[in-house]
Design a protein around this ligand. Structure first.
Ligand SMILES: Cc1ncc(COP(=O)(O)O)c(C=O)c1O
Ligand SMILES: N[C@@H](CCCC[NH3+])C(=O)O
Length: 437
């Protein structure tokens, strides 16, 4: 598999041998905007959305909604674009609700998740009358019912059901197992209790049921099983769901060796399982809601770093230090995530040297790529890391007082700033500023 296949769609190598995206030379962008620098290719974002919309049309005869899991990456400018592309939004905090509201999303396509939503978050969702508040546990059901009654407003909810199955992914990003902190478990009867209580409450309108299995999943079988269990559970309780959501979680290739990430198998399986269940139980087709985060956005994003110091350790490892790392991308330390790199200035040059790419932060665990083959590098060269669009910026920190990086949106002939690099300010914290509204 060609390395460039995991880069954004509009990646090319220009006449200077430099990497370019949407026709923009990445050496020029790095020099102009500084590094670390994150870039999103507009064409890839649109193509990913379009691909899922077309797959829905092809495989699901009922209504379907694509709701982007905004935790993967969100900023005001980015949300404004998504709102125009006709996707819904899965939000999990007051901050994400606020961005959804101000960026132009209709409340009818926004749903709120979270295993411990605050009263303020529930109230904001109630007041805005969103598509659904996804009730995560029995205590929350009771709290929300009280709040709805107090506000004299009926509230639309889904129940988050934990189907008690394990999926093949990193343990930190599994969510549907018996010991999960998320959701109402099928195994111990709390899902049944929540469903019966929802149906009998004058303040709760149960419009759907949901499960989310985990993230970076390449196997369709758990999705088929989850839909089957959700539907059996509903039917057993004489409940006909108007909406069903098997969550997000479809995986992404971070290296050319990773499994095929074509979402066709995912959408085909989920749609097929849903149709079978609807026919078996004699239901109208529920509205199918998928919540991809990573798949929609990871490959559209690239991180660019500048090469600094190099050394060879007594253990004979050649280290190349870059000007970012753990603070803007904690995924390697958290999940042993694997990445590849390309030298921006010499993208087509053969890789003749095996090196370890390390970050600049005060942790030995700040290793971006433990082992990678690259052309010889010198101070001032730039590295491009593909598949950097999801869960990097959104999990970035200010560790060692690092400023979160500039983020650009690239169209052919046009550059927009999604987020400006943070600046230290006199109040001894960093000012977070987004691109101009
Ligand atoms: C409820 C829910 N939906 C959707 C997602 C998105 O997952 P992914 O980015 O793997 O598609 C998550 C995160 O795992 C989630 O918790
Ligand atoms: N942050 C994780 C994904 C978590 C998904 C959110 N529930 C990652 O980068 O892989």
């Amino acid at each position: 598999m060609d390395d460039l296949s995991i880069f954004p769609n509009s990646t090319s190598i220009n006449q200077n041998g430099h990497l370019a995206i949407a026709g923009h030379d990445l050496v020029d962008l790095a020099n102009q905007y500084g590094t670390p620098l994150y870039l999103y290719d507009a064409a890839t974002v649109r193509a990913q959305i379009d691909r899922l919309h077309r797959l829905f049309k092809r495989y699901y005869p009922g209504e379907a909604l694509l709701a982007y899991a905004s935790k993967a990456y969100l900023s005001f400018q980015f949300a404004k674009k998504l709102a125009k592309y006709g996707v819904g939004l899965d939000v999990v905090s007051l901050g994400e609700i606020h961005i959804a509201q101000t960026a132009g999303f209709q409340p009818s396509v926004v749903h709120l998740h979270g295993n411990n939503k605050s009263e303020a978050e529930l109230q904001a969702a109630l007041d805005w009358a969103i598509q659904a508040i996804v009730v995560d546990n029995l205590e929350e059901l009771e709290l929300l019912e009280q709040m709805a009654s107090h506000s004299q407003k009926r509230v639309r909810i889904w129940l988050r059901i934990t189907p008690d199955l394990s999926v093949d992914t990193h343990p930190h990003i599994q969510t549907a197992h018996l010991d999960s902190k998320f959701g109402l478990h099928l195994e111990n009867g709390e899902a049944d209790e929540a469903l019966q209580r929802s149906l009998s409450s004058p303040w709760l309108e149960l419009s759907g049921i949901h499960a989310h299995l985990g993230s970076q999943i390449f196997d369709t079988e758990p999705y088929r099983l989850a839909i089957e269990r959700l539907c059996e559970f509903a039917a057993k309780n004489n409940y006909i769901p108007a909406e069903i959501s098997p969550g997000g979680g479809w995986g992404v290739r971070y290296t050319p060796e990773d499994p095929d990430d074509d979402p066709e198998q995912w959408v085909r399986t989920v749609s097929g399982a849903m149709q079978e269940a609807a026919i078996r139980h004699d239901w109208p087709y529920p509205r199918l809601v998928l919540e991809p985060g990573r798949w929609l956005i990871a490959r559209a994003g690239i991180a660019i770093y500048r090469v600094g110091n190099q050394k060879t350790t007594p253990a004979q490892t050649h280290l190349v230090a870059i000007d970012g790392g753990l603070a803007d991308n904690p995924r390697v330390a958290l999940y042993q995530a694997r990445y590849i790199a390309k030298v921006v200035e010499r993208a087509a040059e053969p890789a003749t040297q095996t090196v370890r790419i390390v970050g600049k932060f005060c942790e030995s665990g700040d290793v971006l790529i433990p082992q990678v083959n690259l052309p010889p590098l010198q101070r001032g060269d730039h590295l491009a890391i593909p598949a950097s669009g999801a869960y990097q910026l959104s999990m970035a920190s200010n560790y060692n007082y690092a400023a979160r990086p500039t983020v650009l949106w690239l169209e052919q002939g046009q550059i927009e700033i999604l987020q400006q690099r943070e600046q230290p300010d006199q109040s001894s914290w960093l000012v977070y500023s987004e691109g101009k509204h």
